[in-house]
Design a protein around this ligand. Structure first.
Ligand code: SAM
Ligand code: ZN
Length: 248
């Protein structure tokens, strides 16, 4: 089935949506805390505005929050909840099978999602397919050295190509034991996954299959024929992250 963009209801005003959802889902305390300027992500929002100043975009895996301009972004997710938090997405599908026509979107944005996808090349090929020519991919990701992945090895491009050639499924278990050794056994397991057993962790795409810095992601994007526009090792309003922006 292919979704029709004209059936999607965009927010009338960008941003208000974020605070409204926060208030509804997480109560007054979270709401007032997030009113704080530091939590508004103005650095990241400015980058999005700079590289995707107009046109309709698609966010993959928005989870419980978004920095997209919601008055022109389709909010999507694969799961209705992640860990203990509910998703604010309005449409649901996995990021490697997108129910929109080719060349529909001016930008595809995702934040802390690609590492949860077992077959990143398969997903990225879909993101590129739904992008208009000249459109951009805006990808925020956890930096290997500044997250609970710090004891793990960086994933080389050759491994991603193998995953693609093997067509690994979304709940691939290749990295599960290594993730357990280097994250769980080092007492770095995120609190909000602790109620899940191993199979549930895989089925809900909760582990980070792969581990990167901005260097490997820029290399991956170039391998897929994208033109690199920005490689930022630091995201000043989300300190565990890096940012890569590339154009079709
Ligand atoms: C760590 S959360 C990030 C949520 C939010 N973007 C943020 O930065 O806080 C990972 C998100 O990726 C989504 N996800 C996992 N596998 C996915 C897939 N195959 N396709 C699309 N989204 C996926 C999850 O549902 C979840 O919302
Ligand atoms: Zn893999």
């Amino acid at each position: 089935m292919v979704n029709n963009l004209s059936d999607y209801t965009f927010e009338k005003v960008d941003f208000l949506h974020y605070f409204r959802t926060l208030l509804k889902d997480r109560g007054h305390k979270a709401f007032y805390q997030f009113l704080n300027r530091a939590h508004r992500r103005s650095f990241s929002r400015k980058k999005i505005q700079q590289f995707a100043p107009q046109g309709v975009g698609l966010e993959i895996g928005c989870g419980s929050r978004t920095i997209s301009p919601t008055n022109r972004t389709v909010l999507s997710d694969a799961f209705s909840s992640h860990g203990v938090q509910g998703s604010i997405a309005k449409v649901f599908f996995k990021g490697d099978k997108i129910p929109y026509e080719s060349e529909t979107f001016q930008f595809v944005l995702s934040e802390h999602v690609l590492e949860h996808i077992a077959n990143p090349i398969k997903a990225l090929k879909e993101w590129i397919r739904v992008l208009k020519k000249g459109g951009v991919i805006i990808c925020f990701l956890p930096h290997k050295e500044r997250t609970n992945d710090r004891f793990r090895q960086t994933t080389p491009l050759s491994h991603l190509i193998e995953d693609y050639e093997k067509d690994v499924p979304y709940n691939d278990d290749t990295h599960l034991e290594e993730w357990f050794q280097n994250v769980v056994q080092k007492d770095l397991m995120p609190e909000h996954y602790k109620h899940l057993d191993k199979q549930q962790l895989l089925d809900s795409a909760s582990i980070h299959h792969h581990v990167w810095t901005e260097i490997e992601i820029a290399q991956l994007f170039e391998h897929l024929g994208l033109k690199i526009l920005l490689v930022d090792p630091r995201v000043y309003d989300r300190r565990d992250s890096f940012l890569v922006i590339a154009q079709k």
